[in-house]
Design a protein around this ligand. Structure first.
Ligand code: F6P
Length: 342
């Protein structure tokens, strides 16, 4: 058999660990040939391939990014995209595809399966917002990076008696903000799921300023102030047509400075959260996902995705995985809110 593998969407630490597991098990246990498709769905559309052998995955376990490259190309938005994929598959004699990606990549995987192309999905995203799996790899690494940044920002904030607003990724879900904020002992955590009151944030900040410690506010890039204040968010285009990195963090830092009369600074962590070597947890999860994806292909169980449930890796329908975004539930947010303003 010849199996195609691709990585789509925003990259994240652990992608190479999945590729390595797929290649090693596919070749050693099944004698398959593995065809890498470059740059997500762009690879099968444009017939961009790279054959991968055991030697190619020898040293990639710890490497961030993806040796296959990635893109956000969606064949259903490209004219003739799906037909082009059929041609590539026929030309390369590929029997099935393992697609490693987030909501968009897996949504395509589901539609392709419905259209008769055998695909098995592997969930990835630093945002941890995919339904049907308890965790995605990449999230743990992002939380570690953000937590370390908060620890570092705290000492400089304290030295200068400043408020520090730390903007982390998460346009639609606040998982990174919630976990790094809890781990970093933030005084306020703001997530996209719940519009925030600037008055309340300022109250917490002022109370914190009464102590000798600095107020630390962790804000997800997609968090929105109550009352619809005009805030340009990360990912949006500014007046020059440039895609913004960061927005709400800087806006909030300025509001805090204006309202409290105290110094305030913002730090946007951006793509640092997606780069570099994966944590041990993410390496293990990614490897297990890769091994189980091979099992799913061997069983001909297409239209499925591997997922983590508790400590077990299970298979779920791709339709279930892409049905809705997994956002931070109210109880989890209220759990964290207990510490605000302390
Ligand atoms: O989905 C992963 C993610 O890192 C989000 O947290 C972030 O909003 C987005 O990708 C950034 O995308 P890009 O790399 O295209 O700017």
């Amino acid at each position: 058999m010849r199996i195609g593998v691709l990585t789509g969407g925003g990259d994240c630490p652990g992608l190479n660990a999945v590729i390595r597991a797929v290649v090693r098990k596919g070749i050693k246990a099944h004698g398959w040939e593995i065809v890498g498709f470059r740059n997500g769905w762009q690879g099968p559309i444009e017939n961009l391939t790279k054959s991968i052998d055991l030697a190619d995955v020898e040293e990639i376990l710890t490497r961030g990014g993806t040796i296959l490259g990635s893109s956000r190309t969606n064949p259903y938005k490209v004219e003739g995209g799906v037909d082009a994929i059929r041609e590539t598959i026929a030309e390369n004699q590929v029997d099935a595809i393992i697609a490693i990606g987030g909501e968009d990549t897996l949504g395509v995987a589901k539609r392709l399966t419905d259209d008769g192309i055998g695909v098995v999905g592997v969930p990835k995203t630093i945002d941890n917002d995919l339904g049907a799996t308890d965790y995605t790899f990449g999230f743990d690494t992002a939380v570690h990076i953000a937590t370390e940044a908060i620890d570092r920002l705290r000492t400089t904030a304290e030295s200068h008696h400043r408020a520090l607003v730390v903007e982390v990724m998460g346009r639609h879900a606040g998982w990174i903000a919630l976990h790094s904020g809890l781990a970093g002992g933030a005084n306020v955590i703001l997530v996209p799921e719940r519009p925030f009151s600037v008055d309340k944030v300022v109250e917490h900040v002022e109370r914190r300023f009464e102590s000798e410690f600095a107020p630390i506010i962790v804000v997800a890039e997609g968090a929105i102030p109550e009352g619809g204040a005009e805030v340009l968010h990360s990912g949006e285009r500014d007046a020059f047509g440039h895609v913004r990195l960061g927005g709400v963090g800087q806006w909030l830092a300025e509001e805090i400075a204006d309202r409290t009369g105290k110094e305030s600074r913002a730090a946007v962590l951006g793509h640092i959260q997606r780069g570099g070597t994966p944590t041990a947890y993410d390496r293990v999860l990614a490897t297990r996902f890769g091994l189980h994806a091979v099992d799913a292909v061997a069983a001909g169980d297409f239209g499925t995705m591997v997922a983590l449930r508790g400590t077990d890796i299970v298979r779920v329908k791709l339709s279930e995985a892409t049905a809705e975004l997994k956002t931070v539930p109210t109880e989890r947010y209220e759990e964290a809110e207990v510490f605000f303003g302390a």
